[in-house]
Write a protein that binds this ligand. Structure first.
Ligand code: A8S
Length: 175
């Protein structure tokens, strides 16, 4: 797991870029979490800032491009995003933002999912950890701290929402 982070979440940086990593523990089975996460054409299933999503090309496999429309009240309206990599064995996906009317220029995110023993629990229950890292340009009128804080906040909300939804689904499957 440490190796996975070093391998997939350590990114080469240009001088005008910043990088960060967000982790979320989820009390649901990995296949369930991955099944929601991997559906590139359906980000609104867990991303609360996404109002709608249109596929511009592809059907959800690598190379597919989607146009995301975000909810009002954000400093952005749309984002054009390409799925660069989708690996169902490694549980890894890479998405690049290639356009839109927002400040995240040259944004590229890597998401991996792995199983982990929940330390608190007796009897070794297994949970799922989602790790999402990214690289993005720092705008000329901003700084690395603010740029990463903005992106980390959105990713944090997305992953918390993913946790809430999949944990609820997991409870329904058991019941
Ligand atoms: C994601 C991650 C991010 C999305 C950001 C950081 C975004 O959708 C929002 C506001 C913006 O200003 C940029 O995985 C953009 O969704 C909510 C439109 C890209």
């Amino acid at each position: 797991q440490k190796r996975m982070e070093t391998l997939y979440h350590t990114h080469p940086l240009s001088p005008n870029q910043c990088t960060s990593i967000v982790r979320q523990m989820i009390d649901a089975p990995l296949p369930l979490v991955w099944s929601v996460l991997r559906k590139f054409s359906n980000p609104e299933s867990y991303k609360q800032f996404v109002k709608s999503c249109d596929m511009l090309s592809g059907n959800g496999g690598p190379g597919s491009v989607r146009e995301v429309t975000v909810v009002s009240g954000l400093p952005a309206g749309r984002s054009t995003e390409r799925l660069d990599r989708l690996d169902d064995d490694l549980h890894l996906m890479v998405v690049s933002i290639v356009g839109g009317d927002h400040k995240l220029v040259n944004y590229r995110s890597t998401t991996t999912v792995h199983e982990e023993e929940e330390e608190e629990e007796e009897g070794g229950r297994t949970g799922t950890v989602v790790t999402e890292s990214y690289v993005v340009d720092v705008p000329v009128d901003s700084c690395a701290e603010d740029t990463c804080l903005f992106a980390d906040t959105i990713i944090g909300c997305n992953l918390k929402s993913l946790a809430k939804i999949t944990e609820k689904l997991a409870r329904q499957h058991v019941a």
